[in-house]
Ligand binder design. Sequence first.
Ligand code: DDH
Length: 286
Amino acid sequence: MSMNGDFKAVRKDIAKLLHQPEYDDGSAGPVLVRLAWHSAGTYDAETDTGGSNGAGMRYEHEGGDPANAGLQHARVFLEPVKAAHPWITYADLWTLAGVVAIEEMGGPSIPWQGGRTDYVDDSKLPPHGRLPDGAKGSDHLRWIFYRMGFNDQEIVALSGAHNLGRCHSDRSGFEGAWVNNPTRFSNQYFRLLLSLQWKEKTLKNGVKQFVNYDEDTETELMMLPTDIALTQDKEFRSWVELYARDKERFFEDFSKVFAKLVELGIQRDENGVVTNTDNERGGYHS
Ligand code: DDH
């Protein structure tokens, strides 16, 4: 059991659980990154609702959004960490786990601060449908991400997270990984978007995605329609091209934008203390 506020001890325990030989590609990392993203990506700047504060995905209203199918795996992986550090809020744990996973998988270090609460304000529950739909195009991407307060460059940088992990037909309906080494963070996703030929394929379940089959290695990689949309829109494409040729620039921009993502809706005073938490009912705040 660690002392209140000892986030270093939590980081260590998260890093230790990433190796999961029986799960997917041998790592819990990608699904933890997705948990952090989906916990935060419900944010709506106009109404100041959604976001990582409150860890609402523990409850049916948000956890039951079809977009969140499969994320219980990530939450289960983290339960022993919560048990060992009961003072940490789920909202902090989930966002920190994403940050640690990215770092441990070879990605950039990402600024992160604690202090989120687990108090769920019922008047601020995000409705279903706030997370992106992979079957759609660039208008949808802008509609979803502008709502959170991101611009075109940030949309493309964030999408680079698809260097990690895979699609599962029993979760999203899509199937497969974007890159050959989906547990190593890099800019390979952008390079493959531009360098491979992507052909539309209809899966047995009727879902359409894009695939590339390499005859030499007999491996099939995939892209979502939303991923392909990044190459078809002029503004998005210029960022894809930059990140494909400049890995350092991608890491720098990804670090900034992921840090921004997990802070959506969190207000802090000049000392970094979160001010929009209900500390009576909420969890620990540092
Ligand atoms: Fe994603 N994502 N994502 N994604 N995502 C899926 C998996 C993963 C979209 C759809 C899907 C981001 C943006 C988008 C990760 C991180 C991020 C899956 C497959 C779908 C579908 C789920 C499954 O079947 O298990 C769409 C659409 C968008 C978009 O429109 C931009 C962003 C911004 C991130 C981020 O982290 C910043 C990760 C990691 C995964 C792999 C999960 C896993 O289990 O493996």
